[in-house]
Design a protein around this ligand. Structure first.
Ligand code: C5P
Length: 241
């Protein structure tokens, strides 16, 4: 399958919103437990929560249903422009349809890079993310939230874990759902996603220069949430004072 080059003619415009509200960004690689942790962190703080991976998954589902066209970045960007994505109460609605489970299918995951590597799609996603954040205290989770979407966020966290630990956690999750996979298989797919995510031209996975690195190896999800609540509260006091 051929994919045309999708280099941006110019960098994605960065116009961060100015406000007194608190934006907490949580970026990091696949399998670091970001979604669960970000959701719990948002609950603990009483903030809104945005899962930006789910947004890329939703536009990818549109493209999968449309059978691409995978070699036409402009057509993919047009599909992304036309669809309506709503995120509420932990559910994802695509043009009014609840697709929260469908977007987790392997067929979606394996095609995400066609959309995530497309600068025009990313520009639209970033605009939607900023619109969602307007007027809210928010925890937003993804790859480029602290670098591209909200470069002026008050608190940026980069959540990591070693590749082996991330793969082990994923295997446990899949086994709990009755799926039998080996750590080696999961690790190979995860390495490929990490490589793609950290080498894309726009919105690549990387810590913002002012992000706090938190490595979760050997920590339970509750311990991680506790540590992050501490970090955010400390930051809130500093920005208040
Ligand atoms: O977080 P999740 O694994 O659901 O994200 C799915 C994919 O969406 C990632 O592997 C990445 O390629 C893409 N993504 C992105 N930028 C974001 C969030 C997700 O490119 N902010």
């Amino acid at each position: 399958m051929i994919q045309r080059s999708v280099h941006p003619p110019q960098p994605v415009e960065i116009t961060p919103p100015e406000s007194d509200l608190m934006i907490v960004t949580l970026d990091g690689p696949a399998g670091a437990g970001k979604s669960t942790i970000a959701r719990q962190l948002a609950d603990r703080l009483g903030f809104a929560f945005l899962d930006t991976g789910a947004m890329y998954r939703a536009v990818t589902l549109v493209a999968v249903r449309n059978r691409g066209p995978w070699d036409d970045p402009q057509a993919l960007a047009e599909l992304a422009r036309q669809c309506q994505i709503e995120m509420e109460g932990g559910r994802v609605h695509l043009n009014g349809e609840d697709v929260s489970e469908l977007i987790r299918l392997n067929e979606v995951t394996s095609h995400i890079h066609y959309l995530a590597d497309n600068w025009a799609v990313r520009e639209r996603m970033v605009a939607l993310q900023r619109a969602f954040a307007e007027g809210k205290d928010i925890v937003t989770e993804g790859r480029d939230q602290g670098t591209v979407a909200f470069p002026k966020a008050d608190c940026k966290i980069f959540l990591t874990a070693s590749p082996e630990e991330r793969a082990r956690r994923r295997v446990q999750e899949l086994q709990a759902r009755g799926e039998q996979v080996s750590v080696a298989e999961v690790l190979a797919l995860q390495n490929e996603r990490d490589r793609r995510d950290s080498t894309r031209k726009v919105g690549r996975l990387e810590p913002a220069p002012d992000a706090i690195d938190v490595c979760t190896d050997g920590m339970s999800p509750d311990e991680v949430v506790e540590q992050l609540v501490e970090i955010v509260r400390e930051r809130m006091q500093r920005t208040d004072g």
